[in-house]
Design a protein around this ligand. Sequence first.
Ligand code: SF4
Length: 719
Amino acid sequence: MTLSDRYSILFEPIKVGPHTAKNRFWSTPHAIGYGIDNVASQAGVRSTRAAGGWGVVFTEANTISPDMDKTPFKMSRMWDEGDVRNQRFVVDEIRRNGALAGIELEYNVSVNPMAEGRGLQPKMVSGGIGDSGLSVAYAGTLLELDREGIEEIKQIYVSAALRARDAGFDLVTFHAGHAASIIAHFLIPYYNTRTDEYGGSVENRTRFAREMLQAVRDAVGPGIAFGLRLGVDTLDEPIGLGDRGLRSDGDTPEVIKQLDDLVDYWDFVPGVVDWGIDAQSSRTVAENHEKKWVDGLKAFTTKPVVNVGRFNSPDTMVEVLKSGQCDFIGAARAGIADPYLPEKVRTNNIGDIRECIGCNICVSRDMISMPLQCTQNATAGEEFRRGWNPENFTPAKNRDEPVLIIGAGPAGMECAMILGKRGFENVHLVEKDSKIGGSINWVSNIPGRHEWRRLVEYRELQLSQLDNVEVILNTEFTAEEALEYGAGIIIAATGSHYMRNGIDPYNRLPIGLDPVYGERVLTPEQVVRDGVEVGKRVVVVDYDGYFMGPGIAEMLAKRGCEVVLATRGEHIGEYQRYTLEISHTLRDLRDLGVKLRTETSVIPAGDSKVALVSPDWQEEFEFDNIVLVGPRTSDNGLFKGLLDRRNEWAENDVSMVHRIGDSVRPHFIAEAIFSGHRLAREIDSENPAKPLPFIRERRIIDATPEDYQLGAKALSSIY
Ligand code: SF4
């Protein structure tokens, strides 16, 4: 069996309503922080996905009325003619690149802060006390929806669907997942306490969806495939709704049967308003983790079924299709990390797939309403505004200059790889360690972070395929040696390290543990990378606010240590709130008996005792070791040494010296990789140290189309 035979099932066309999808790759709706106001950026992300071979490409959940404005969350909208025009541009770009274009429409009743519309309220309010109606928990108030309100909301759906048709979409999904939309609230007994024909039995609870779908079909006519993204299981209490929710082994099959004749496809997801169950990171789940909720539901429908669940490996995808679990492989993150995944499978370039590591940095960007970022794929979100395509590279004008990159961590690996792909004739990537990967080599040993190894594995393979890039291990350079090496371009990618002391970022005073306790204060590198022995009683002091502090606490607790995890922040592992990992992390730490302390300063209180001081209380802990997680500082000695010898550059034929990644500023891995990528993309610009202006999508008075091009005069004074 050839490779292509093995994966051929992924490329079997399939009918979806009036359309035929060319393959089984379904890019599911997901927000990217551009909304529809930044229309070209929106189109850039989606059309790249289409160019990469996804048969169906959705944009994202669209609010469909000012009644449910989700500002400050930056989502697309389908409110008016202006939105239709912008959406049409996105549709054209998706279709021009060979995919069917889909949109998700949502009348959300759970999260709609209405921060822009100010005072516009859901119809539940204007409806007032109606037919002893649908009770909706909104802003802590139970609201009721009367018949007039029901008709109004149905009409809002119809109007939005008509606009979707006018914009040219091929598929329209109605969001009924994550216990968020009005459709879901009608379906779920917890929310729907009505006693009229819209409440009670499954037939009654599906009535709103049936009536809405029929009204939409009547108004829109043929030509569009309609589907439901159905929340098939609202989980056990206390996370979920228990018996008062919708369960895949309960009412869900009947819900599917009741609505099946009105949809053309189903997109099944589990979860409640906290969509962290659906979008779990690799810390907690492996591929196809939603199987336990969605498997078997296909038996209750005659229509194609989409499943999601961190699908990454083409082998898993094949297995899932062959098992009959679903008809489409739905994915957001796999496509963010590698928009060209389907094309790489089709052309038997499996090893070139840039596999998602499941870190959920992309999710966090959505949660803080910022443009898309991806740890693996530095070009994600930069397709339009920087003109980057993840697979296309222009030959560099100065590619005959030999390049020396010192440090093969995330930034150095990425920079060397992109310079190699840009045709540099001679790139040397030098690493003092015996392997490339830098901090990833030990960070990936922290519990739940082993999939982060893919950051190294992908680049290792790519570098091995580039004849013009040589990797040199076990080699250190002084500034003098670097200058004399024979490189025209020298790039320091020397990383950063956790400090054994430092400045408390909250009060700008010295942290002050190291001067008192000396060797008993350990850094993450010592504990995780170097395997320094740690005593029984450990206080982990976290100034980092992300995965490192909780990860080390978990690792040590699993070894049998008694662990206190203290942070000055208001939350343990603050940033994990945005990666949707925090509830799992807290549960695991509590299960392991880790004592969690927030808003806490850790100060010396004796020879082997620290005081944990919060605004309201103080307690003391005996300890054997303290692990100080943060701050980090750049390892930029080499770069400074090179700058100090600037007068020697010319005599050594060195034209430029740069630094990238953590050696500039310790940051997320995603930022380090971006930094290396950015420099390599712009190494032949006038001043590569300064990022080129990117296109800022905004209204410009008296604008011409040229004002929105890279290099435009309107952008010229960005620096
Ligand atoms: Fe995957 Fe992380 Fe990229 Fe998101 S940011 S797509 S989780 S690698």
